[in-house]
Ligand binder design. Structure first.
Ligand code: NDP
Ligand code: AKG
Ligand code: MG
Length: 738
């Protein structure tokens, strides 16, 4: 029997699931729909990796692997909530929590020496960073704000900070020696295998052995010069000081899990350079790695004897006093932009800054103009253009602005998603070559120096064809102008442009406005149209998919949590993602402190709606379709009546918002006449929920206002979490009776 797979993830969405899933299960069991949970949480993935070290009752199945297989089946129907893409500090915290709970999982070896340690490290490296999404995303991405969400935002605009033409905020990006400048690309004309080698004056080292490539596949390779990067960073630190703006770095240490933590480490090391120089030996002894951020550095220094610690802290504070102010992640707690590599991810952080008058928070908790350092220039121009636009035209107006849906190329580990096992920190000067093993020809090569970061990406032909098809189908469905964001001057994009020119004519595009523009030109045109209330589809590669599906939604509707995010899987199944944002660690913090969860599950509601409709079609189950339609009406009413969670304690939170969704869902099912069984069942449910509305609200609110203990962060106690998230016996009894 077909099922809907619902993912158990981490942090706020996992908490929300404890409250929402019982509602979903109760409603859908009336209609022969089975919902199965799959645990792809960080803690679950760690446990599944080391079964041999765990007790019988601790062992779990490898749900991510199973779901990855499922994603390739025509009947796949997966609802995917956001999960933690773990940085090393997060991974270590999760390991420590599991160990404290009696799980004998090994420590993360920072510097693996023995074979055993190397094996452990390889296993952990598969868990860290974007380890889930590339496995499940066996299709391209279709993300957009549903009409009801857009209309809601127009009527109830979110706050939007005013922009001043004198704002000192700006983007700083490299002009030479970066990934963009050094990119080379080629399209394969036949199936083959390649290897990646580094030839030094002494010998040739294989960086990666036989790698199969398909005919029509585009590969690109590039290198970030360490020298150029360090020179750039030193310049930016002093320029931020001169201009009296906050210093802030924006990158994606999670998704670009090999390259970006190294770049982040150079930022930390540059910022504190005199300290790293003076205390090199102690720092080495302590195993301090700047890639793990300031938080880790402070924790390690904390283990030193008091006098030594005081001396180093004194030196750090002297240097920090001399530097530009750092942008803060949490000024109350003194957490800076350089504390943890995963705290500031570019997709969410740049739009938040743009929404906030181009300002970030300083150590006093006040907003201040900022230098946003985005080292690689491949996509930095998108933000620079947006910032300049706001300086010139002022902030966007959510009540009138247009919308920018995205069609993103990501299937089969397209582009940077597939670079993780082909990114290398170069150990010796030499030449890196991508060699075709079949023909012996060198396909791509770069001269590199020790410390440079070299990487290769690939995109298979079938995903590109599917992406072009998806773009045309969205263009047809909406009649919006549709822009491929591709830069003819970038080697990789130039190859993709050739493919777009080949595949577009295979579709009926009569009457459609489809163009290809560089990301900077595309941004400018899209913003002009958006300001004038006009809609424009962006068709982009994988990284821009990530960036644009936070940037535009956050400006348009206040958060990307309200996006419809569909991945039509290439083999016929459906992956329905819930919103386009992340797992909101700050929400958990508030929940633990005061029992209020502000996570908005609108993304889950939208995803479930399309999943049910898809289930109905695939399985010839008209009840599923009716449930889906009713859910859509309920979601619309939910928006109209503004039942999203409040941000403040003792007001409706996630749990209260779920109650209203259930109420409206039951109402819509009670009102429809297409299925009289469902009508009868849900007429009773609706009457009960409506009659006891006050009692339920009271029970849900009175659970707030006190600290919560759910028995863990990465692996909460299942019973405690369920109890905390289902505090209304009245609601629970009504659901149980369905
Ligand atoms: N699809 C996926 O699996 C994704 C996973 N991630 C992962 O999520 C984690 C956190 O990333 P982070 O950079 O903090 O980005 P998030 O998107 O989790 O959070 C940024 C801010 O967006 C707001 N937000 C996001 N989702 C919601 C929601 N459903 N309801 C209300 N507000 C919301 C919150 O604002 P406020 O605090 O003001 O309420 C939040 O602090 C990381 O581990 C990251 O790798 C990130 C993106 C996608
Ligand atoms: O895969 C990840 O790490 C994050 C993905 C993400 O941010 C997105 O899909 O928008
Ligand atoms: Mg994103």
């Amino acid at each position: 029997m077909s099922k809907i797979f619902y993912t158990k993830t981490d942090e706020a969405p996992a908490l929300a699931t404890e409250s929402f899933l019982p509602i979903v299960k109760a409603f859908t069991k009336t209609s022969g729909i089975q919902i199965e949970t799959k645990d792809i949480s960080l803690a679950g993935r760690i446990s599944a990796t080391f079964p041999e070290l765990l007790k019988e009752n601790q062992r779990v199945s490898d749900d991510l692997y199973e779901l990855g297989q499922m994603a390739k089946m025509p009947e796949a129907n997966i609802i995917k909530l956001p999960n933690i893409s773990a940085s090393i500090p997060q991974l270590k915290e999760a390991i420590a929590e599991l160990q404290a709970k009696g799980y004998a999982v090994p420590n993360y070896p920072d510097e693996p020496s023995s074979d055993t340690e190397k094996k452990i490290r390889t296993k952990y490296d598969k868990i860290k960073g974007s380890a889930v999404n590339p496995v499940l995303r066996e299709g391209n991405s279709d993300r957009r704000a549903p009409r009801a969400v857009k209309n809601y935002a127009k009527k109830n605009p979110h706050s939007m900070g005013a922009w001043s033409p004198d704002s000192k905020t700006h983007v700083a990006t490299m002009t030479n020696g970066d990934f963009k400048a050094n990119e080379k690309s080629v399209t394969l004309d036949a199936d083959t295998e390649v290897q990646i080698t580094l030839t030094t004056p002494k010998n040739t080292i294989t960086l990666k052995g036989n790698t199969a490539l398909q005919a029509g596949e585009v590969i690109d390779a590039t290198v970030m010069s360490k020298k150029a990067l360090l020179a750039f960073l030193a310049e930016q630190v002093s320029d931020a000081k001169d201009k009296d703006v906050l210093f802030s770095v924006h990158m994606k240490a999670t998704m670009m899990k090999v390259s970006d933590p190294i770049i982040f480490g150079y930022v930390v090391a540059t910022f504190l350079q005199p300290v790293f120089e003076k205390h090199r030996e102690v720092f080495n002894d302590l195993g301090i790695n700047p890639n793990n951020g300031l938080d880790n550095l402070y924790k390690k220094i904390d283990t030193l004897p008091a006098r030594e610690k005081a001396q180093i802290m004194n030196d750090i504070n002297t240097v920090l006093g001399d530097r530009p102010s750092l942008a803060m992640v949490n000024s109350d707690k003194g957490i800076t932009n350089l504390h943890v590599p995963s705290d500031v991810i570019i997709d969410a952080s740049m739009p938040a800054m743009i929404r906030n008058s181009g300002q970030m928070w300083n150590a006093e908790g006040k907003p201040q103009d900022t230098k946003a350092v985005i080292p690689d220039s491949s996509y930095a121009g998108v933000y620079a253009t947006t910032i300049d636009f706001c300086k010139r035209h002022g902030a966007f107006d959510p009540t009138t602005m247009g919308t920018v849906p995205n069609v993103g190329l990501m299937a089969q580990k397209a582009e940077e998603y597939g670079s993780h096992d082909k990114t290398f920190e170069i150990q010796e000067d030499g030449i890196v070559r991508v060699e075709d093993i079949t023909t012996g020809k060198t396909l791509l090569e770069h001269r590199v120096e020790r410390g440079d970061i070299w990487r290769m990406c690939q995109v298979k032909d079938a995903p590109v064809q599917d992406w072009v098809k998806l773009a045309v189908s969205r263009a047809k469905a909406t009649q919006h102008p549709t822009i491929f964001w591709l830069d003819a001057n970038r080697a990789h994009d130039a190859e993709i442009i050739k493919k777009v020119h080949t595949y577009l004519p295979q579709h009926d595009t009569a009457g459609l406005d489809i163009r290809i523009l560089s990301p900077v030109d595309a941004t400018q045109l899209t913003l002009e149209r958006m300001k004038a209330g006009k809609d424009t589809i962006s068709v982009s590669g994988n990284v821009l998919r990530d960036y644009l599906t936070d940037l535009f939604p956050i400006l348009e509707v206040g958060t990307s949590a309200k996006m419809l995010s569909i991945v039509p899987l290439m083999n016929g199944g459906g992956l329905f993602e819930t919103g386009a944002g992340g797992s909101a660690p700050k929400h958990v913090e508030q929940f633990l402190e005061e029992g209020h969860l502000r996570w908005d599950s609108l993304g889950e509601f939208l995803a479930l709606g399309v999943s049910l409709e898809f289930f109905g079609e695939k399985n010839n189950n008209p009840k599923a379709k009716i449930l889906g339609d009713a859910l859509d009406s309920a979601t619309e009413k939910f928006l109209l009546n503004d039942k999203s969670p409040s941000r403040k304690v003792n007001e409706r939170d996630t749990r209260g918002s779920h109650f209203y969704l259930a109420l409206y869902w039951a109402e819509a099912l009670a009102r429809q006449n297409d299925d009289l069984d469902l009508k009868s069942v849900f007429s009773t449910v609706f009457a009960e929920l409506q009659g006891k509305q006050e009692q339920i609200s009271k029970e849900l609110i009175s659970a707030q206002g006190k600290p919560q203990d759910i028995g863990g962060y990465y692996k909460p106690d299942a019973n405690l979490a369920a109890k905390a998230m289902r505090p209304s016996p009245t609601l629970n009894a009504i659901l149980d009776a369905i």
